[in-house]
Design a protein around this ligand. Structure first.
Ligand code: AMP
Length: 424
């Protein structure tokens, strides 16, 4: 199937071709015909599936075909609400890319930065607005934005919205929308509260579901390292030195933990930066672009900050801490192996995390293969004992000190980075 078969109009086809999109992904194949008919949609899908084009392309097409009805200043006719700044920026960039030959304008608004450039863009007139909930309500209250002319409404990553405590904001936004509209609701998981929320937004939706969680888990290579908490950093450095890791995203359960990992990697002369909610918008963007350009070797992120971040050619994900919500594991490992590429997800599991591991393996219906020939094997099982830190396998105790002491870390890293760059 091609995008032409989906009856996509020429100006958008041209943009998709320029992006190298030859065939629609499954969610695009399923969603585009439904949305072009003007129907509501309930989508169970996560980022990495081509979800943005699945809703972006039909919205652009409908706005383009109705463009001649509008005179005077552009009014916001499509609204996409998404939980994080990073996702908002990415979605707006996608609208710009897919719509570059349509003359349809979009802008993005999010909190944590001055509102001036955002309100200036709004006052020049836009057709599509991508927003995070708090700043959206703020600018509505200040009368910079009216939702009176919304024809298409997208609620993206609904489950993440709930996790982040946006439910009341979402309800307020819904109450301001015109009743005659097309609504789209996307969520990676469908808990009862999510289904409940979707009923408040959608009329009689068509449902599409792609890449159920297990499928993603099957696609990505996975491995598990049992390691004591105190040895995790040494194991991470060891892997960076011995495996051919081109680009690595490390997940930490907490913001504080993420900062600590960066500090310890820094000590070992491995360049790393963290992104999480306590970092300013600019710092997060800078960290992301440094990582994308290869300037930093390792990006350390919390679940919320990393959700949906689109990094091409991410070869490895390391779960430094196992997530306590099993679905997060699938989201995390889905950051690698995107758009058909292969990737490897490595998980560290200490004694306290064995219960999390059981939940994850239950969810993905598979056992994660264990790597037991590494220098920091923790044979301790579930109870963390007071054994000394050097409690590693016999083979490991003599090798355990090597990585952090080794000055080879940087050189090897540089070599690796250069190899990687050469390939580009
Ligand atoms: P998304 O789920 O929207 O974040 O998309 C994930 C990645 O897939 C992004 O890098 C998109 O640029 C890419 N992508 C989306 N649709 C297609 C397609 N039909 N062909 C190739 N790549 C695509």
């Amino acid at each position: 199937m091609t995008f032409k078969d989906l009856e996509i109009i020429e100006p958008i086809l041209k943009a998709l071709q320029a992006e190298g999109y030859t065939h629609p992904t499954p969610i695009q194949q399923q969603s585009i015909p439904i949305l072009l008919k003007g129907k509501d949609l309930l989508g169970c899908a996560q980022t990495g599936t081509g979800k943005t084009a699945a809703f972006g392309v039909p919205i652009l097409q409908q706005l383009y075909l109705n463009k001649h009805h509008e005179n005077g200043k552009r009014r916001v006719k499509a609204l996409v609400v998404t939980p994080t700044r990073e996702l908002a920026i990415q979605i707006a960039e996608s609208f710009t890319t897919y719509g570059k030959f349509t003359g349809i304008k979009n802008t993005v608004i999010f909190g944590g930065v001055s509102q001036n450039s955002q309100t200036n863009a709004l006052s020049r007139g836009v057709d599509i607005l991508v927003a995070t909930p708090g700043r959206l309500l703020d600018l509505i209250n200040q009368r910079y934005i009216s939702l009176d002319h919304i024809e298409h409404f997208v609620l993206d990553e609904a489950d993440q919205m709930l996790d982040m405590g946006f439910i009341h904001d979402i309800k307020k936004i819904i109450a301001l929308l015109p009743s005659k509209r097309q609504s789209l609701f996307f969520s990676a998981t469908m808990h009862p509260t999510i289904v409940d929320l979707s009923r408040k937004i959608l009329g009689n939706p068509e449902k599409v579901s792609v890449q159920p969680e297990q499928t993603t888990a099957e696609k990505v290579g996975q491995s598990l390292y049992f390691v004591a908490k105190a040895d995790k950093i040494k194991l991470l450095i060891h892997l960076l030195q011995t495996e051919s890791i081109h680009s690595l995203l490390v997940f930490s359960r907490t913001k504080h933990g993420a900062n600590k990992i960066v500090k310890l990697l820094d000590k070992a002369e491995i360049s790393a930066e963290a992104i999480h909610g306590n970092k300013s918008q600019n710092a997060r963007q800078k960290a992301l672009s440094n990582f994308k350009s290869g300037e930093t070797d390792v990006l350390v992120a919390t679940d919320i900050a990393a959700r949906g971040i689109d990094i091409d050619e991410l070869s490895h994900v390391v779960n430094y801490d196992l997530p306590n919500v099993p679905e997060s594991y699938v989201h995390r490992i889905g950051r690698t192996g995107r758009a058909g590429a292969s990737g490897l997800a490595i998980s560290f599991c200490d004694g306290e995390e064995r219960a999390f591991l059981r939940d994850i393996e239950k969810l993905i219906s598979q056992k994660i293969p264990v790597v037991d020939d590494h220098p920091y094997v923790d044979e301790g099982g579930e109870v963390i004992s007071e054994k000394p830190k050097s409690r590693t396998s016999k083979q490991g105790s003599s090798r355990a000190k090597k990585p952090s002491e080794s000055s080879g870390a940087v050189n090897r890293n540089k070599r690796r980075r250069n190899n990687w760059k050469k390939k580009d």
